[in-house]
Design a protein around this ligand. Structure first.
Ligand SMILES: NC(=O)c1ccc[n+]([C@@H]2O[C@H](COP(=O)([O-])OP(=O)(O)OC[C@H]3O[C@@H](n4cnc5c(N)ncnc54)[C@H](OP(=O)(O)O)[C@@H]3O)[C@@H](O)[C@H]2O)c1
Length: 295
């Protein structure tokens, strides 16, 4: 399969590329804005998707599958620069969807649990989005732009992705906990935000399954365990042997974050388990696996 992955400097893009590279049948193209060293041999190129001719990109590379991970994925960054967030999260996604329609590529789009307000939890693919942040709004609009074209694309909703890779565009919660506690620094963590934290490698495998089957529709692909962000941080601290008293449990209202976070945005993954044979790794095992990389 010829596969184009956007957002190759992010955790999700990186782990997807590593998973795809394990199958020698895959020819991988990868894009990012900045040039960053990457040990996997891909056809990598830098491009700002906002200012690119995306029709030409898809026509030239002619991928069987496009896995679109590039985004402004920090909710606070989206709040601070709504114009740029809209450009990359919504406009680029809509233009890529149209290009996939025109050149016959199967599109897989990365969406988020932040499309929900977090009042219900255990969200299924049928639940109605009700975002409370601008980031969430952009994801809802991007999803809608894809669904409106009716091109049989896959929309993957995921939640709090964690894992290790080199030179990542952004640190994830697990790496931030490790980094702070290793330095003996205290770290504030919300006790009232619940997620289904996702091992980036599980997500990558689930997405590869979707790419092979080219299944259209919405799929929740996340971890199988609902847990508070504070409890997750505590598990990391204990697994790494750090002083968990450095973790300061706080309520969301007491965290100085520009973007509002849903309280319980856990995802229900029954559909992925049934249709993709998706099996999430137990949280404790995923955290243990990170220890192989960081000491
Ligand atoms: N991480 C999570 O917990 C999580 C949860 C739910 C959903 N998601 C979704 O999953 C996807 C991947 O997330 P992530 O955490 O891997 O994101 P990330 O670490 O922030 O990486 C985003 C990637 O997008 C690229 N990018 C941003 N603007 C671009 C532009 N104008 N042109 C070209 N490339 C651009 C970045 O390139 P440079 O680094 O070179 O600028 C980077 O490679 C996103 O759609 C995100 O919304 C993530």
């Amino acid at each position: 399969m010829k596969i184009l992955v956007t957002g190759a400097n992010g955790l999700v893009g990186r782990r997807i590329i590593r998973t795809l590279a394990q199958d020698k049948e895959n020819l991988i193209y990868a894009t990012s804005q900045k040039k960053v060293q990457f040990d996997i041999n891909t056809n990598f190129f830098t491009v700002n998707l906002v200012y690119s001719d995306l029709n030409q990109l898809i026509e030239t590379l002619n991928p069987d599958v496009l896995i679109h991970c590039a985004a402004m994925a920090s909710p606070d960054a989206c709040e601070a620069d709504r114009y740029s967030a809209y450009k990359i999260n919504v406009e680029v996604t809509a233009r890529l969807a149209a290009a996939c329609r025109d050149y016959g590529a199967h599109m897989i789009f990365l969406s988020s649990d932040f499309i929900f307000d977090g009042n219900k939890g255990n969200y299924t693919e049928e639940d109605i989005p009700s975002p409370i942040s601008y980031y969430g709004e952009t994801k809802v609009e991007a999803e809608k732009s894809i669904l409106d074209l009716n091109i049989g694309a896959s929309i993957v909703r995921t939640s709090l992705v964690f894992g290790y890779d080199e030179q990542l565009a952004r640190p994830n919660i697990v790496l931030r906990v490790i980094d702070n506690l290793k330095k003996g620094k205290s770290f504030k963590v919300p006790i009232d935000q619940f997620r289904t934290p996702t091992d980036a490698d599980d997500l990558a495998k689930g997405i590869f399954g979707l790419a092979q089957k080219k299944l259209g529709g919405i799929y929740n692909i996340s971890g199988g365990q609902r847990i508070s962000v504070y409890e997750l941080a505590k598990q990391v601290a204990l697994a790494f042997g750090y002083n968990d008293e450095l973790l300061i449990p706080v309520k969301s209202v007491d965290l100085p974050e520009p973007a509002k976070r849903p309280l319980d945005s856990g995802l229900n993954i029954d559909k992925a388990i049934k249709t993709l044979n998706y099996t999430p790794t137990p949280l404790a095992s995923s955290i243990e696996r990170i220890k192989d990389h960081i000491r």
